[in-house]
Design a protein around this ligand. Sequence first.
Ligand SMILES: *Cc1c(COP(=O)(O)O)cnc(C)c1O
Length: 470
Amino acid sequence: MTTDDVITEGMQRYIDINNKYLADRDGYIRDVVKKWRFDTIAVHGLYNVTDAIEDYQGAIIEPIFMSTSQAYRDSDEMAAALAYKIPTWCYSRIANPSTYYYEWTLALLEGYGYDGETSCCSTSSGMSAIMTAVMPFLRVVKDIHEPRNFVATAQCYGGTFQQFTVRMMQERGIECRWVLDATNIDEWASKIDKNTRFLYGELPSNPQQGFFDVEAVANLAHENNLPLICDSTVATPALLRPICHGADIVVQSASKSLTSSGFGICGAVIARKNLVTNIDDDALKSDFSLCVKYLQNRDFGPNLHPMQAVMTLNDMRTLRSKMDLMSRNTMEVSEFLEKHPGVESTQYLGLPDHPLHELASKYMTLVDAEHDSQYGKPVNRYGHLMSFCVKGGAEKARTFFDRLQRIWRATDLGRIKSVATIPAISTHQQQGKEGRELAGIPGNMVRLCVGAEHPADIMADLDQALCESK
Ligand SMILES: *Cc1c(COP(=O)(O)O)cnc(C)c1O
């Protein structure tokens, strides 16, 4: 992140002090934090006693820095900071100490088990995380009319579908080539040409639970000198870490399971350092997240609020145990629904008869299960997103939906509370019938995210709502 400005002696003094600080921090990450288990990283991240005592009056929880900007000691420090020669937060649109801790925790959790380095750029939402991740690859390289395309899984979040079809294709002439069967590697390959900029895949997808072989698609991407971007919102790093399987960039809608309490909207882009791309930009390749944070997002401004950063950080401390519990509850509820006479079909990756069960089982495991006293061996966990189709069509599905009492009717996912929605009239309403058919969303499909309640109470609610006679 260098500029050509002259470096004065005074600036150099600050640079030296900060280089020492950075070397100490990197040593701490390498020698201490990277040796911790997932739960310990989720609880502490980079925030430690030394930071707290020296800088934050001993506060044991990361302070919320509700300040627009940072003051400097003198003009030398300011000049060094604004030329990005020293770590700085400067102005809260660019960076902030609270978002810094949030970013590090996510970089370390998504990079858990990966032997290279990862970094993270926080964003105001999942949608802005996706925009942040894809924009750098869609830049104009030669002339403004050059053809550009990217290849993406058609089974994806409704907002992503809109961003790619309307904002990119219709408004900007950048072609999105949808992969209809993401498990078919030949289909991915057939859509790549010399104008392709990246591959994009959501797994498991929301709400269809589409899945693909991350390793195979990452290999295909790299053979073509392209990055693979994954939306891993539904899995969270507690169940799947695409970077460990070759993906270059992960986007997270942290508004979902990462902030399971439901306290607001928030996102993140996590990338491995030295990623693969056919864009000739060394800064982008070497540290994608830092580059988009300090340059692109400084200029576009989709930054995360420090208050939200700490709220989410607080929720993430117990991510692993929550994802375990909610996955087990979902398994129980899906087995119940599968046998229910009012249900036409049940879709959950955890059910052995799901067509993608085997593939998902290869990738979706509870992190560190082999190291804890409860399991002591690897266990599969499939998250808490499931869906089912109500017998009798769209009308019946709405009747059922309106009868729910404990389960909340909301277009939400990842909550500690059970939440249900009908995608055709909510999340996937805007893309029209044709778009829904492309994505495989029938009108009688109900998306259910089972929370942390006792599953018996959730099953009782589903049962009474499915029963016509009551
Ligand atoms: C919700 C969601 C998004 C968008 O995230 P926001 O935080 O709502 O902007 C993107 N991808 C997936 C898979 C989602 O579920």
